[in-house]
Design a protein around this ligand. Structure first.
Ligand SMILES: [Ca+2]
Ligand SMILES: [Ca+2]
Length: 317
């Protein structure tokens, strides 16, 4: 029996398994991660951070225009211009327009993939940090109950469609829980998100959680003196590294976290200059925030404590 068939199992909401076991990024794939580094699994794969590479390579969109950035959204904030010259249609949540299904205000400024149509697809380079079975959820809005998507990894044959529940409206959002179960091998993969049926839905992100993983322990406060003792030896890192402007120019690499730990350090301090990276509306670019996530994730994975230190208050106007 193939590994695909062995992995088939049923979920309360859906009967879906997608397998990427043992597969690798196809050698003829020419897309590059938008952030300069792959999106991490477990974690959230942000729909708007599909790979760089263009029509036919990293996406297939029905028309070359971005219906959101630069067309619906004509302002001059970074979210209005986000990837505006690419065919994939991107917009963002707005105060007074986007709500949760319970009627509360949705968090504004979250970029999402919209104007979806059957036959369209987008690709993402992802890094699976731990092999295992993952539960897939999606933060979405949808005004149809007939929409279906499909996830495939590294071109392996996908097992079936994933039905997306309706939220009643394009601008009503929810986290649709446990939509599918996927079994993934550790390492780099290319994930393809395809729109199969209907459209009329928007996706903010897909969430991947290891199946059976227990919830994080409850937070317990730590005395400052105990915290200082635990921090041990520390070192300042990457305050002035060009990675904050462009990840591809980074001098600090992933391997350096492990080397710092192996060198006898227990703590790193990030000297951030977040305020100088804000736009005129005092918002931080999601790429900058994603870089910060990358640094913290990898430091923690190398058993380093992290101090996040905003260093440049003089730039506050
Ligand atoms: Ca388009
Ligand atoms: Ca998003």
């Amino acid at each position: 029996m193939s590994s695909v068939l062995r992995a088939l199992r049923f979920l309360p909401l859906a009967a879906i398994v997608v397998c990427g076991v043992g597969a690798e990024i196809p050698s003829d794939y020419h897309g590059k991660p938008f952030l300069g580094h792959p999106q991490a699994i477990p974690g959230r794969v942000q729909a708007e951070f599909y790979d760089l590479g263009g029509q036919g390579v990293t996406y297939n969109d029905s028309d070359a225009e971005n219906q959101g950035s630069g067309k619906l959204n004509t302002g001059d904030k970074w979210v209005d211009r986000f990837r505006k010259d690419e065919g994939v249609d991107i917009s963002y949540t707005k105060t007074g327009i986007d709500k949760t299904v319970d009627g509360a205000d949705e968090k504004p400024g979250e970029l999402y993939l919209g104007w979806t149509a059957p036959g369209e697809w987008v690709k993402y380079t992802v890094e699976v940090r731990e092999a295992g079975t993952y539960i897939v959820s999606a933060h979405l809005s949808s005004r149809t109950d007939a929409a279906e998507i499909r996830l495939a990894f590294d071109g392996a044959a996908p097992a079936g469609p994933i039905a997306l529940p309706t939220t009643g409206h394009w601008h009503k959002w929810r986290l649709a829980d446990r939509l599918a179960e996927v079994q993934l091998a550790k390492g780099l993969h290319v994930m393809t998100l395809s729109v199969l049926k209907e459209a009329n839905f928007n996706i903010d992100y897909l969430k991947f959680e290891l199946s059976g993983q227990t919830a994080a322990p409850p937070f317990t406060p730590v005395e400052a003196s105990d915290q200082v003792k635990r921090m041990g030896r520390g070192v300042n890192i990457i305050g002035y590294d060009p990675l904050w402007d462009s990840f591809v120019k980074a001098r600090f690499k992933e391997r350096h976290f492990e080397r710092i730990h192996d060198g006898g350090f227990q703590t790193v301090r990030l000297n951030l200059q977040a305020l100088s990276h804000m736009d005129s509306a005092s918002q931080l670019d999601p790429v900058w925030l994603s870089t910060l996530d990358w640094v913290i994730d990898h430091a923690l994975a190398s058993h380093l404590m992290v101090i996040v230190d905003e260093a440049r208050f003089r730039t506050v106007r």
